[in-house]
Design a protein around this ligand. Structure first.
Ligand SMILES: [Zn+2]
Length: 351
């Protein structure tokens, strides 16, 4: 009994030493909130729109508070070469290639001297509401990074599970051909349509030399992120306020070691998940659990585990196509808040 207690103590000391060492090394620890926008100054679609005024206020906030705005590619390069990431860094991303980015969003970025990453689905380029290839070429030359958002922007998860991988690969190759043909450039960054992905889809991206992929569940990009499932905070509609932006810009990653299960699909409803949390930084006893923005009860909090863990199950059945289990917690010193989201998808429900 005494021996095992001593062994546990030694183990805890050992792990806390590792964590302190890595916390002191800026090249290995970073927190980058990434924001996901769609439309700008376009009142017809309130849920995906950011008004010119709110977007400009957000950019002024970044400027006045001396944030570094990186492109996703710049951040991935810093991460992969273990170079330090500026402490207050954010990334601005824009999905779908709407014309309103060209007419309203981009001029504001230019005004404040900020870059962004624009994810384009190739089959809608040049359509009424979308940028043309000439316009995309123009913003690319001016420093906007171009990423891939598929060819067709399909709901790949609606296919039978054994057909998803092949269909996703076909679509990816088609999109790469389009980028090569119209921009003479092949993006190596990807954003999954609707933020929906599976392990099979991640494997396709890795095989086709894609470097990293972003999703739509909220959270902060950190050295603990899966490079093929990097979280982003949605901006637009009710999520798009200045206050919400400021809160998210200060947010840190809640570092997760493993989840059980590790798939967006579920059979029991509501589904249950166990999440292992990196030890040493968080006040795990204060973890809060939200489903669709509403606070839910946590089934089990195991603060003494090595690693500590939580077991989550929503209070009610999940009724939407996509549902997020979100956990937040303060650091032990109370100086920072940390955020993580897990995505569940029910492909039988349409959007
Ligand atoms: Zn999209």
């Amino acid at each position: 009994m005494r021996y095992s207690l001593m062994r546990t103590t030694i183990l805890i000391l050992f792990f806390s030493t590792i964590i302190q060492l890595s916390a002191q090394n800026p090249s290995t620890v970073f927190n980058i909130p990434i924001f996901a926008y769609h439309r700008f100054g376009d009142d017809r679609y309130p849920s995906t729109n950011t008004s010119d005024k709110v977007f400009e206020d957000q950019l002024i906030f970044l400027k006045e508070n001396k944030f570094t705005v990186l492109t996703l590619g710049e951040a991935i390069n810093l991460w992969q070469s273990a170079k330090p990431v500026p402490e207050k860094s954010v990334i601005l991303t824009i999905d779908d290639g709407y014309l309103s980015f060209y007419t309203n969003g981009w001029p504001l970025l230019k005004k404040y001297g900020f870059k962004a990453t624009s994810f384009i689905q190739t089959e809608t380029v040049g359509g009424g509401d979308f940028m043309s290839w000439d316009q995309i070429g123009e913003i690319m030359k001016a420093g906007i990074e171009i990423g891939n958002h598929s060819a067709s922007h399909a709901f790949f998860l609606n296919l039978p599970q054994n057909q998803i991988q092949a269909a996703f690969r076909d679509d990816l190759l088609k999109s790469l051909d389009d980028f090569k043909k119209y921009l003479d450039f092949v993006p190596d960054l990807y954003a999954y349509p609707y933020g929906e992905f599976t392990r099979d889809m991640k494997d396709v991206l890795k095989k086709e030399a894609v470097k990293a992929a972003v999703v739509q569940q909220s959270g902060v990009f950190s050295e603990s992120s899966d490079p093929f499932a990097i979280p982003r905070f949605p901006m637009g509609g009710s999520y798009g306020s200045l206050q919400g932006f400021q809160d998210k810009a200060a947010m840190k990653a809640l570092r997760v070691i493993a989840t059980r299960p590790d798939s967006p699909f579920f059979t029991a409803n509501p589904p249950e998940i166990e999440i292992d949390i990196a030890p040493g930084v968080l006040d795990v006893g204060k973890v809060q659990f939200f489903v669709g923005g509403l606070k839910n009860e946590i089934e089990i909090i195991n603060t003494q585990g090595n690693p500590p863990s939580v077991v989550l199950k929503a209070d009610k059945r999940l009724l939407f196509r996509r549902t997020f289990y979100t956990i937040t917690a303060p650091s032990i010193d109370g100086k920072s808040w940390h955020w993580y989201s897990y995505l569940w998808i029910n492909p039988l429900i349409s959007e």
